[in-house]
Design a binder for this molecule. Structure first.
Ligand code: ZN
Length: 144
């Protein structure tokens, strides 16, 4: 009947090396010391931003730029140059001229001048304004 008591004694002996657990505790403090390396990630983001210089917007970025514009105009997209309400672009067909107020996403700073393919550099223009602007810049993206 004293066997369980012996087992308890042995168990307490086995659990006696809590001193070992103290050692990893010091290694934890070493890990926190290495934490100041984290700001290096910010530098990587800046590098990524530079990579997008002169790039076109992705489909997703265009979507965000249009959504931002719509949020500022009660759900409607408006040309940021002439303030006309723009209509969503349809699939371009041969011989069909898109409406002059077709929604187009434009680079505020042109790609040719180092403008980045970033949402911050995007704006919604009507086709008319974008074409007029395009005449100054040899982009030719909307040539018939
Ligand atoms: Zn316009």
């Amino acid at each position: 009947m004293t066997l369980p008591a012996l087992i308890l004694l042995l168990a307490s002996l086995a659990a006696s090396p809590p001193t070992v657990e103290v050692v990893p505790a010091t290694s934890l403090t070493i890990e926190t010391v290495s934490a100041p390396e984290a700001p290096g990630l910010v530098g990587q983001e800046t590098i990524a931003g530079k990579v997008r210089t002169g790039k076109s917007f992705t489909r997703q970025q265009k979507q965000v730029i249009k959504q931002k514009n719509a949020q500022e105009n009660e759900g409607k997209t408006r040309c940021e140059n002439c303030d006309i309400e723009t209509v969503p672009a349809k699939k371009h067909e041969k011989g069909v001229t898109p409406p002059p107020n077709e929604t187009q996403v434009d680079h505020k700073v042109p790609k040719s001048k180092g403008g980045a393919g970033e949402v911050e550099n995007g704006q919604v223009l009507c086709r008319d304004c974008n074409l007029k602007k395009g005449n100054k810049e040899p982009s030719g993206e909307e040539s018939p």
